[in-house]
Design a protein around this ligand. Structure first.
Ligand SMILES: [Zn+2]
Ligand SMILES: [Zn+2]
Length: 77
């Protein structure tokens, strides 16, 4: 079974309901994890600045100067 990852912090759970019922420290718009809806990749790039990391967790733990909605990189779909 594939896992679901949070778009804001990269936390992984086995289902969307598990993911969205846990608190997310990086969600600028709410309190809970939000599922990443793009495809699983070997590299993720930031949709605002193009920075690349090998995981969503790595990408979203770095500050992004171009993100108008928050402080961290955000994976493109
Ligand atoms: Zn999260
Ligand atoms: Zn970025």
């Amino acid at each position: 079974m594939s896992k679901v990852a949070c778009v804001y912090c990269g936390a992984e759970r086995s289902s969307i309901s598990d993911l969205t019922s846990s608190f997310c420290r990086r969600n600028p718009n709410g309190d809970y994890h939000v599922p990443y809806e793009g495809s699983i990749k070997s590299k993720y790039s930031c949709k605002y600045c193009g920075a690349e990391r090998s995981s969503i967790a790595d990408l979203t733990s770095d500050i992004c100067r171009r993100n108008p909605n928050g402080d961290y990189h955000s994976p493109s779909m």
